[in-house]
Design a protein around this ligand. Structure first.
Ligand code: HEM
Length: 245
């Protein structure tokens, strides 16, 4: 919760990361010495057993970082789940198609949540070589910012960009570089998020489950501050009286 934000929240996040790395490195050593059994097929088991050199397994610290590289962004999908709940609360008409298990609509809903709501408003990168981009010259070692929120709300790309309308994706699935909440380009050759399909898959499944749940939304502060990165509803999204049908 503390990336791209200078100040105490960032420092807390760095300390938490370092604490978790130590904890996970210990856990990996315990799995390797068989003091602890990793659940079969779990990421913990895969990372603990992984060998990519003939010399043996990864050192425990590197394995811990790799384990957290999967766990941390998977937990981050909960930000989009909170935004999905927010969207269903503001535009309850979408519940019906999700409840009915309309798979194409669930995919469109997942894309629209990722397009409409801000998560990382921009991405930064350092140029490794001098380059010219659309007539602008950028020196080597310069910093480039990709305006993710701007692109995802660009009127030339999206009709009525500030309206939440999953249907826009039903007739036209997004082209590679249209929708870029998780980076642009090709994940095989660049740095675009390789977990994008996992994110969309989780959101499709969880949006359907959310739409099928019955719950009460108590009075709370659902405003979304735009100066916070990553942002979320001020109160999170609290529900009470949850009943599965
Ligand atoms: C809330 C959901 C997520 C968001 C918003 C997100 C966003 C991003 C962004 C913006 C980048 C950098 C792209 C760039 O520099 O061009 C990235 C990279 C990455 N993401 Fe995600 N991501 C999410 C979920 C996931 C999941 C579920 C996984 C895997 C389980 C994952 C794994 C990674 C990895 C390994 C990278 C580094 C790729 C590289 O540098 O080559 N992400 N993600």
């Amino acid at each position: 919760d503390g990336f791209a934000t200078p100040g105490p929240r960032h420092l807390r996040a760095r300390r938490a990361r370092s604490r978790q790395e130590t904890r996970m490195a210990r856990l990996i050593e315990e799995v390797r010495s068989e003091a602890v059994a990793a659940p079969k097929g779990s990421v913990l088991e895969r990372v603990s057993r992984h060998r990519d050199t003939p010399d043996g397994p990864l050192d425990a610290r590197t394995a811990a970082v790799e384990l957290l590289n999967v766990l941390r962004p998977t937990a981050a999908v909960s930000w989009f789940v909170a935004f999905s709940a927010h969207a269903l609360h503001r535009w309850p008409a979408h519940r019906e198609r999700l409840r009915a298990g309309d798979g194409a609509f669930a995919t469109a809903f997942a894309h629209e949540v990722r397009r409409f709501y801000p998560f990382a408003p921009f991405l930064g990168g350092r140029t490794v070589t001098e380059l010219t981009w659309h007539g602008e010259s950028v020196p080597s070692g310069g910093i480039l910012l990709l305006d993710v929120y701007g692109q995802n709300h660009d009127e030339e790309l999206w009709t009525d960009p500030y309206a939440f309308r999953p249907e826009r994706f039903l007739d036209r699935p997004p082209e590679r570089d249209d929708l870029i909440p998780q980076g642009g380009g090709d994940p095989d050759t660049g740095h675009r998020c390789p977990g994008e399909r996992i994110t969309v898959g989780l959101l499709e499944a969880l949006a359907v489950r959310l739409a099928r749940l019955e719950y009460t939304v108590p009075e709370q502060d659902l405003r979304i501050p735009l100066h916070r990165i990553p942002t979320r509803p001020r109160s999170g999204f609290a529900v009470t009286g949850v009943r599965a049908p």
